[in-house]
Design a protein around this ligand. Structure first.
Ligand code: ATP
Ligand code: TYD
Length: 244
């Protein structure tokens, strides 16, 4: 038995960084953020003690921030340092990436320089399937594959852009640039909710002054002390008294 009387039931799924469990309440799941960190399709793997709890705390704060801005998410509450209670969603197998500045795969795959501002932001949608290496989709493919209806696709992209505005302002107020990030959505009673996580594993963050990485790129490219950077971002995200 965990704190808050939530019972960790049978395992539902164990992915690269999180494990999902049933609870004693129908329609709710427990998401345990593990200390595993992976990159390059799982080709680089490590365990970093405390990383799960840092990502859980940041995700919880950012989901709450979105709820404060009337954007619905799966988040119910944190159960302990590294687990959250969520609404079970019918996950949409898409990774919705919003980009404010060209970086990462965008500069690897296209002739555009790192650091180029993208205004309006660019949305890229990948099909979530590790065995296919998450291929990029376009609107026609999403409709042809019947992953979403046109209305749902429009709504999901509109949500992604609204979330981008809320998160970008929040980080800007803390001296951090939100370069790009990945969202996963799921269906819930006729609505589309934000699911999964919003953490240093799923965002690309740069220090506004130095432009240094404050995210999983520190791990991917061995740029320094990953945990120290994750702690630094967590402290800024959790700092009280900043309302944005
Ligand atoms: P990747 O790392 O490529 O995102 P993964 O499956 O290895 O894939 P994890 O984060 O380890 O990722 O696993 C979490 C899983 O839980 C994901 O498959 C995600 O889609 C799913 N998930 C997240 N939120 C919910 C939810 N509210 N209801 C049901 N499933 C969820
Ligand atoms: P992207 O630049 O496409 O890939 P990479 O990080 O490998 O260079 O990533 C854009 C953003 O989306 C970045 O903040 C990391 C996040 N992301 C995920 O969280 N999971 C994923 O599977 C992918 C492809 C990206």
């Amino acid at each position: 038995m965990r704190a808050c009387n939530v019972k960790q039931g049978t395992p539902v799924y164990s992915g690269k960084a999180k494990s999902l469990y049933r609870t004693d309440k129908e329609g709710e799941l427990l998401v345990a953020f593990r200390d595993d960190i992976t990159a390059f399709d799982g080709g680089k793997k490590d365990v970093l003690t405390e990383k799960g709890s840092l990502n859980a705390k940041v995700s919880a704060r950012l989901f709450s921030l979105l709820e404060e801005h009337h954007i619905r998410t799966h988040f119910i509450r944190l159960i302990d340092n590294s687990s959250m209670l969520v609404r079970e969603l019918e996950m949409i197998p898409l990774e919705v990436i919003v980009r404010n500045i060209a970086a990462g795969s965008m500069v690897r795959n296209y002739p555009i320089s790192e650091g180029t501002p993208l205004d309006p932001p660019v949305i890229v949608i990948d099909y979530k399937d590790d065995s296919l290496h998450d291929p990029m989709l376009n609107d026609d493919l999403i409709l042809a594959m019947k992953i979403l209806s046109n209305d749902e696709l429009v709504r999901m992209k509109e949500l992604a852009l609204r979330i981008n505005i809320v998160l970008s302002r929040f980080f800007e107020a803390r001296g951090i640039i939100l370069v790009d990030f990945k969202l996963e959505f799921g269906k819930y009673g006729g609505d589309i909710l934000v699911g999964d996580e919003i953490s240093m594993d799923s965002m690309r963050l740069w220090d506004a002054k130095t432009k240094g990485s404050l995210d999983k790129d520190v791990y991917r490219f061995e740029k320094g002390d990953v945990l120290a950077v994750y702690r630094q971002v967590t402290d800024k995200v959790l700092k009280k008294g900043e309302t944005l």
